[in-house]
Design a protein around this ligand. Structure first.
Ligand SMILES: *[C@@H]1O[C@H](CO)[C@@H](O)[C@H](O)[C@H]1NC(C)=O
Ligand SMILES: *[C@@H]1O[C@H](CO)[C@@H](O)[C@H](O)[C@H]1NC(C)=O
Ligand SMILES: *[C@@H]1O[C@H](CO)[C@@H](O)[C@H](O)[C@H]1NC(C)=O
Ligand SMILES: *[C@@H]1O[C@H](CO)[C@@H](O)[C@H](O)[C@H]1NC(C)=O
Ligand SMILES: *[C@@H]1O[C@H](CO)[C@@H](O)[C@H](O)[C@H]1NC(C)=O
Ligand SMILES: *[C@@H]1O[C@H](CO)[C@@H](O)[C@H](O)[C@H]1NC(C)=O
Ligand SMILES: *[C@@H]1O[C@H](CO)[C@@H](O)[C@H](O)[C@H]1NC(C)=O
Ligand SMILES: *[C@@H]1O[C@H](CO)[C@@H](O)[C@H](O)[C@H]1NC(C)=O
Length: 823
């Protein structure tokens, strides 16, 4: 996004000086004082610049990175002053660079016909000019070019003040605040923002942003392939970017203006106009809105679309593999047997050239295949042809027989109507190959020259061995660390042992016999807790595994339905969700068996009984983020969306390292109507339930967001949200906190748990407070999604100051002056 520009080299300056002294033209811009205006006949030469009135933007020559080419561009002056790097927002001659040999004799000149021309003095050859066709007859000696404080370079006719041309109508790779991004209803053409080719070459790259006739914008690869769409403008926001309603406080306004002729413009304005800001289309194909922070003296990315690198079409080029888990500077690598086609471009973060074979294919039976595990097959383009083949060898042969077949896969595909075996063949250059982690994805077999297959085989084996050694070593270290912590904290206790066996999906769960569970829990004697749906007991299995057994009480469900619901819950696995190990269903006895989580539930750390540990801020933030991730997974990533319905500190369990796991998910589905009966009857005592539970409207995932917000307030304050004081008054923490911070402008530290003595990351605390306020909004549409909450907590998405929570006040008689923490 930002380019480094070295100052012009010494020899260049000397040459330039010599040039100036010998042929100094009479009207070059004065060097002593900066100006924002160029008049007709004036020149801008290599070391001179135009500076906007309030000194926000500067226009002049620059060289990106180590490039030897010169360009005319506009950059943020303030950022350049601090970083000594020019963050370029517009380039005049992006596709027509000035070579180093011509750099000393090039000049930008405003001529009387209203054209701004960049030319080589020596040859009088124009390199670039403002492309508007100025009236040939015009001869206006008082025409002028002005660099404005919004970064717009405009050419004005002095006779009527008309704008003859403006750089905002010709954006390059940045959409600046105040600039229109328009769609022309007559020509059916849209203004385009196009990425740089690489970090040192501003010429038109492979990615662009374009508006469509339907009032949405798309990210496009190579002029045609759309891979991201904002959704249609609905009058308030783009339908796929609902966070625009909540998280876009840095903009004072944004919107689309439509005209009768079918044209429309999209414009956004900033709340604080002093901050450098731009929406940059990165060479990575991601659109990144970035704001300059004068505190960190660096750019902060506020939002990124698409969020993940591998969601960008063709990001690693032909035969390149994208992996979000790559360690190193790039998400891209070549398939084994391939090498960077243009290694220099790869160094400059331009992967569009992709990878080339190390040895050319022989065709026919001379070729072999190398296996790539964990590949996402559905995204590879061009897409595959399916073939009827009942064994892997037949599939391989089918690929081998056609010279242009470059890969095949042979997999068992499970879908709702059963398992099917599929042989897929891909032809030509393969794009969008993505490698997943863990057990995800399928094997893909890549065609290679035979000689290569062998050479590679051994290499792969060697690196695999190293990986295994690494994994075993780090695994051992982690295991020892956990063991140590565990023994120190808890005394001698049997450790949970997990067998990393590759099990079939349906075999994840064990069906326990009642008498075995009775034995394991010593006749249900060691009670861990109880809630609305039953009691939880601790147990130890014969193989020393510690378990938690939840005895469902007051329900009895059809055995078959119970088993089927339980087995779908068993498929849901995530680091922030408690793992279901199995179940028991004998007659009316129905139980769920979970992994035992060492440190128990969050509520006991928030109550601050004398003996309980006080969680530090870092641990609290980790818990908040982890729970948000777990919920986002339940809401958005699982095959069937699951609403937890009962988020509260009692249902957040903590591991030895205090990383959180959500318990009891899926119960709402398992227990059906009984569940909501219990939930609504608990209203009033709990305080985590969203208002829609009693208003009778359908419960959506936003109900979990509300409960999460309530819990987040408790994590911040370390006390229950609802509190009765000695004088009998009731106070509701979220209302009190929002009034104190938002209305009274008190520092956010004033709502932090007193036990932390103000030791918290203010930035994180502020995010947590704001997101908590948004989560507990009465209107569901005002609450963010859990995915957005994760992004906000991770600092990827900015969050607006929330409104004061007034509706909660009706629940309790809250006194303005009451301090929540004082007794
Ligand atoms: C730019 O060029 C002028 C001569 O026109 C010279 O006096 C001045 O020192 C140069 N500025 C820099 C920063 O080199
Ligand atoms: C620049 O000048 C050098 C020496 O005069 C010459 O070797 C080189 O080819 C020139 N480069 C270009 C791009 O004209
Ligand atoms: C523009 O007008 C000036 C005098 O008004 C004249 O000297 C000049 O030649 C004219 N230029 C063109 C291109 O007509
Ligand atoms: C982009 O499209 C053009 C044709 O429009 C094609 O010639 C070129 O090879 C494409 N680029 C890549 C990297 O595929
Ligand atoms: C469409 O109408 C608007 C407002 O009347 C005008 O500014 C714009 O130039 C028109 N567009 C075209 C392509 O005529
Ligand atoms: C805008 O931001 C600057 C720098 O952070 C700050 O000094 C200034 O007070 C802000 N202005 C407003 C109106 O918020
Ligand atoms: C190889 O496969 C491609 C794509 O299916 C097909 O167009 C081509 O005719 C095939 N070539 C041969 C020799 O079968
Ligand atoms: C699921 O598998 C069946 C059996 O092989 C197949 O006929 C069907 O087309 C598949 N359905 C989908 C949606 O892929």
């Amino acid at each position: 996004m930002d380019t480094i520009s070295n100052p012009p080299s010494k020899s260049f300056l000397i040459a330039f000086l010599w040039f100036i002294l010998s042929f100094a033209p009479c009207h070059s811009i004065s060097t002593s004082s900066t100006s924002d205006t160029m008049f007709a006949g004036q020149l801008l030469t290599a070391n001179k610049t135009l500076v906007s009135k309030e000194r926000k933007f500067e226009l002049g020559f620059f060289t990106p990175g180590n490039s030897k080419n010169y360009y005319i561009g506009i950059w943020f002056r303030q950022v350049f002053a601090v970083q000594k790097k020019k963050t370029i927002v517009w380039v005049a001659n992006r596709n027509k660079p000035i070579t180093i040999n011509d750099s000393s004799s090039s000049e930008l000149k405003l001529i009387e016909n209203g054209q701004l021309v960049l030319m080589i003095t020596r040859t009088q050859i124009p390199i670039w000019s403002t492309d508007s066709t100025p009236s040939r007859t015009m001869n206006d000696s008082s025409v002028k070019a002005v660099l404005r404080d919004d970064g717009n370079l405009v050419i004005l006719s002095s006779t009527n003040g008309n704008v003859l041309w403006e750089s905002f109508d010709h954006p390059t790779h940045v959409h600046l605040p105040g600039a229109r991004l328009g769609y022309n209803g007559l020509t059916k053409k849209a203004m385009k923002v196009t990425s740089w080719r690489n970090t040192e070459d501003p010429s038109d790259g492979i990615y662009s942003i374009e508006l469509g006739p339907d009032k949405s914008f798309s990210l496009i690869w190579n002029g045609s392939q759309k891979f991201y769409n904002s959704g249609v403008w609905n009058g308030r926001f783009f339908s796929n970017i609902p966070e625009m309603q909540v998280g876009y406080g840095f903009m004072s306004s944004f919107g689309i203006t439509s005209y009768e002729n079918g044209s429309y413009d999209f414009i956004y304005l900033l709340s604080n106009k002093t901050l450098p800001f731009g929406n940059f289309l990165d060479t990575s194909g991601q659109s990144k809105a970035s704001m300059w922070s004068s505190e960190t003296r660096d750019w902060t990315v506020i939002w990124t679309k698409p969020l993940l690198h591998c969601q960008v079409y063709g990001v690693c080029g032909a035969f390149g593999v994208c992996s979000e888990n790559n360690i190193g500077p790039s998400v891209c690598q070549c398939l084994s047997g391939f090498e960077h086609r243009y290694p220099k471009d790869w160094d400059l973060l331009d992967y569009s050239g992709g990878c080339a074979r190390r040895s050319t294919l022989q065709c026919g039976n001379e070729d072999s295949f190398s296996k790539m595990p964990n590949m996402r097959l559905t995204k590879i383009s061009p897409s595959a042809n399916a073939l009827a083949a009942d064994n892997a060898r037949k599939c391989e042969l089918a690929c081998l027989q056609n010279c242009s077949c470059s890969a095949y896969s042979y997999n068992t595909n499970s879908n709702s109507s059963g398992n099917s075996i599929q042989c897929l063949l891909w032809y030509g250059d393969l794009l969008n190959i993505e490698q997943l982690s863990g057990d995800e994805g399928n094997d893909l077999y890549i065609r290679l020259a035979r000689s290569q297959g062998h050479e590679l085989g051994s290499k792969t084996k060697a690196s695999t061995i190293w990986i295994i050694v690494g994994v075993v070593l780090s695994g051992t270290i982690i295991f020892l660390g956990i063991t140590f912590l565990f023994l120190r904290k808890r005394g001698i206790r049997r450790l949970i042992s997990r067998t990393p066996k590759q099990e079939e999906a349906y075999a994840f769960l064990t069906a326990f016999r009642y008498k075995d569970l009775k034995l394991a829990t010593k006749n249900f004697s060691d009670k861990l807790g109880s809630g609305g749906f039953g009691t939880v007991y601790k147990g130890i299995l014969p193989d020393s595994t510690a378990i938690a057994v939840k005895k469902l009480e007051g329900f009895s469900q059809d055995q078959k339905q119970f088993r089927s619901e339980v087995s779908t819950i068993g498929l849901i696995q995530h680091v922030n969700l408690v793992r279901l190990r199995g179940f028991c269903s004998e007659g009316r006895k129905q139980m769920l068996v979970y992994d035992l989580i060492a440190n128990g539930s969050l509520d006991k750390y928030l109550k601050h009984q004398n003996d309980s540990i006080i969680l530090n801020w870092q641990q609290r933030y980790q818990i908040a983020t982890g729970v948000a991730r777990g919920l986002a997974y339940l809401h958005e990533k699982c095959r069937d969306c699951i609403i937890h319905c009962d988020i509260k500190p009692e249902n957040v369990l903590l591991e030895v390292d205090f990383s959180p796991r959500i318990a009891d998910f899926g119960l709402a589905k398992l227990l059906g109507r009984e569940f909501s009966r219990v939930m609504t009857s608990m209203r009033g005592t709990v305080g985590y339930l969203a208002p829609e539970w009693t208003s009778g409207v359908a419960i959506t995932a936003k109900a979990d967001v509300y409960s999460y917000g309530m819990m987040l307030f408790e994590i911040i304050s370390g006390t229950r949200n609802l509190k009765q004081f000695k004088n009998g008054k009731m106070s509701f923490f979220p209302t009190w906190a929002s009034r104190k911070v938002i209305a009274e402008g008190q520092p956010v530290l004033s709502i932090l748990d007193n036990n932390l003595d103000g030791k918290a990351d203010i930035e994180e605390l502020n995010r947590a407070f704001r997101v908590a306020c948004w989560c507990v909004q009465e209107e569901e549409y005002q609450r963010p999604s859990m995915g957005q909450v994760v992004q906000i907590l991770e600092g990827l998405l900015e969050v607006n100051p929330p409104p004061i929570l007034s509706y909660l006040q009706v629940i309790v008689d809250n006194e303005d002056t009451a301090s929540f923490f004082s007794e």
